[in-house]
Design a protein. Structure first.
Length: 368
């Protein structure tokens, strides 16, 4: 029988963290651990990408306070399958390892809408081969989630839906929230944005199919044709991602490149409006960040937005660029500072990172 030699060590698995929102949540967790009185015998497993992002951030000087190693997902599979640790917390699952000992307490965060909503409309946009590939990938992921004793989700609505898939799992809610960097302006880093007299519309995130960035050129056109508004869209795509976009997209959108967490507040500060056309999420922090920075957010009229920010969002019909342009135009006329101040207070009092961290810690340390 395999046996873990170090039963006291608690593994914090961040080895699959590589993009956007997940990096923000990981760095928020690390930030709280660093500034807490006790590291709880945590042993961190970083992806190389996450480690690089930490080194570029305000957390870099404090890395020596943590016990950690950098590990690939492939190595991790054998690492945990052989070691069979008593307790592992995977911030965003699944944990790609085989559980051989039933009494292991493995905890995973769940934020995979493709598994939760298998009949989502985004699948209709994929060609047959890609659709089959996605379904196989998420079927495999779903199987690995069964290894976890406890799943942590970001919203009560997600918990209710997930209970239909994993009937015997303990499911805990730890709401997604505002990263604490937004509360500390001294840690903000400026970014260079080309000057323009046009309406500046910010779109933050990567070019995943469900993010629906391809709608932007049409929104640009209808803003000018229907509302006489000259706009400039700014996104945060890599050069590789921009190279894959259409020529029309490249003409109408300026990419500022990937941002690290310390640069995000300045991105919002420099925009007039934030546009969030995503068609599939569990809980994105983008609407929270925009509202906290006192920016109106125009987003898809879908539950993952309305259930989070309610009356503070401006909603357009999904995949309808005419509707999106109309909402952007009307928002320019209606938005006022008092409403934006109210929205900022709503985010501040309802989505605090320390509340999420407490739930994480209580769940991880239970039965210790």
């Amino acid at each position: 029988m395999l046996k873990n030699k170090d039963t006291r060590r608690i593994y914090i698995n961040l080895s699959n963290i590589s993009t956007g929102g997940a990096i923000q949540v990981a760095m928020s967790f690390i930030d709280h651990v660093i500034y807490s009185e006790n590291n709880h015998n945590f042993y961190f497993l970083f992806s190389s990408r996450l480690h690089k992002e930490i080194q570029k951030s305000h957390l870099a000087p404090f890395l020596n306070k943590l016990s950690y190693r950098i590990i690939s997902k492939r190595t991790l599979f054998f690492y945990f399958t052989i070691l069979q640790p008593k307790k592992i917390f995977t911030l965003f699952g699944p944990l790609y390892s085989i559980k051989l000992l039933s009494e292991r307490d493995w905890i995973s965060g769940f934020a995979q809408p493709w598994i939760l909503f298998p009949k989502n409309k985004v699948y209709d946009e994929l060609d047959l081969i890609t659709r089959l590939r996605f379904k196989i990938i998420f079927w495999i992921q779903k199987g690995f989630f069964f290894n976890s004793h406890t799943l942590i989700v970001e919203h009560e609505g997600i918990k209710a839906k997930l209970q239909e898939l994993f009937k015997n799992k303990k499911i805990v809610v730890a709401k997604n929230c505002l990263n604490q960097i937004f509360l500390n302006p001294t840690n903000w880093k400026p970014i260079e944005i080309p000057k323009t007299e046009k309406l500046k519309i910010g779109v933050i995130g990567r070019n995943y199919i469900h993010k629906n960035l391809s709608i932007i050129p049409a929104v640009y056109n209808f803003l000018e044709q229907n509302h006489s508004i000259k706009s400039q869209f700014y996104c945060t795509l890599t050069s590789e991602e921009m190279n894959k976009m259409s020529n029309d997209f490249k003409k109408k959108v300026i990419s500022l490149g990937e941002l690290n967490i310390n640069q995000c507040p300045d991105f919002y500060n420099n925009m007039d409006i934030i546009f969030f056309p995503s068609n599939l999420e569990c809980f994105s922090a983008t609407p929270l960040e925009a509202l906290y920075m006192k920016k109106s957010i125009v987003c898809s009229n879908l539950p993952f937005n309305k259930n989070i920010i309610g009356k503070f969002g401006v909603y357009f019909e999904p995949n309808d660029p005419v509707s999106a342009a109309e909402k952007i135009a009307s928002t320019l006329k209606k938005q006022n500072d008092e409403q934006l101040k109210e929205a900022k207070k709503f985010v501040f009092y309802n989505y605090k990172s320390e509340d999420r961290f407490k739930i994480y810690i209580n769940t991880i340390l239970k039965n210790e």
